[in-house]
Design a binder for this molecule. Structure first.
Ligand code: AMP
Length: 273
């Protein structure tokens, strides 16, 4: 049995990946849960070697305090990764990542400034920046990303596949028994709010189910927003139905997803159904 290697420096990374083909890469910000695990298992299944990165990327946080209180649990993460028999864990410092000048210009078009791009200024520019840097260093054949962050998945896929040979593979959202999407940020919620967040998810899943093969008007979405805010005492940043392929506003349920971002006791949660 070959032990999992922990790589802290770019030199270690280069050495470890020298001559290795068909590399799978799972980028994470740590505090691993079964959503991450499902991505990692897919990579282990389809690739010769799997690299998991743990890097809480300061550049993608539009709020300093949010960065500070983002949950971190490196010891536990390493235990999980070891058990999964991941080949390499890359844990860089900020300096290791941002050691070179940006080579690719990152510009979000106006049509992309929707949902989280509209509400978190600079967030996706930070995500794309770090993903370009990680992809340059690791040169993966496949990158595994979750549908939980659907807008991120589409934007990163577009940028990475336009500039590199790597393919971005989308992976289904993993939920708990209450239908709440697993998220590292759930660690910041108390038990009562975890249950409440699960109810919000279930409500929207049932809402969409009720209208399958049908249309949902903008007005009906707005009524749903008001209802959820009132019934669950949450602050909804956005609730919108958009086309799965190009994220344009849509009424057709079958070809669309419902996107939500909301605050529960100051914790910001996102999901899509
Ligand atoms: P994060 O550590 O939150 O940056 O997430 C790392 C990767 O895991 C991203 O590609 C996420 O979309 C994915 N991910 C996070 N939560 C889930 C989930 N519940 N199900 C599937 N993938 C997820």
């Amino acid at each position: 049995f070959i032990q999992m290697k922990i790589l802290l420096r770019n030199n270690d990374l280069n050495e470890a990946l020298l001559g290795v083909s068909n590399v799978g890469f799972v980028p994470t910000m740590g505090s691993l849960h079964n959503g991450h695990v499902s991505l990692i298992k897919k990579s282990l299944r389809y690739c010769n070697k799997t690299v998991v990165s743990i890097f809480v990327n300061p550049k993608q946080f539009n709020n300093k305090n949010d960065f500070k209180k983002y949950p971190r649990s490196e010891k536990r993460d390493l235990k999980i990764l070891k058990k999964l028999k991941v080949n390499f864990v890359y844990i860089p410092t900020k300096k290791q990542i941002y050691n070179s000048k940006k080579k690719i210009k990152i510009h979000l078009s106006k049509k992309n400034k929707i949902l989280c791009a509209k509400h978190r200024k600079g967030h996706f520019e930070g995500v794309i920046d770090v993903m370009i840097r990680l992809t340059e260093k690791i040169k993966p054949t496949k990158i595994f990303m979750g549908e939980k962050d659907f807008q991120q998945l589409l934007l990163v896929k577009q940028f990475i596949e336009n500039n590199f040979k790597s393919k971005v593979i989308s992976c289904k959202t993993i939920r708990d028994d209450n239908k709440l999407a697993l998220s590292s940020r759930n660690l910041l919620l108390n038990k009562k709010n975890l249950t409440k967040a699960g109810r919000v998810s279930r409500n929207l899943i049932n809402f969409k189910k009720r209208f399958s093969n049908k249309m949902i008007s903008k007005r009906l979405i707005l009524e749903k927003k008001v209802e959820l805010e009132k019934n669950y005492n949450i602050d909804i940043e956005y609730l919108e139905m958009r086309d799965k392929k190009n994220l344009s506003i849509s009424k057709k349920v079958n070809s669309s997803k419902i996107f939500i971002a909301y605050y529960l006791d100051k914790i910001r949660l996102i999901d899509n159904f």
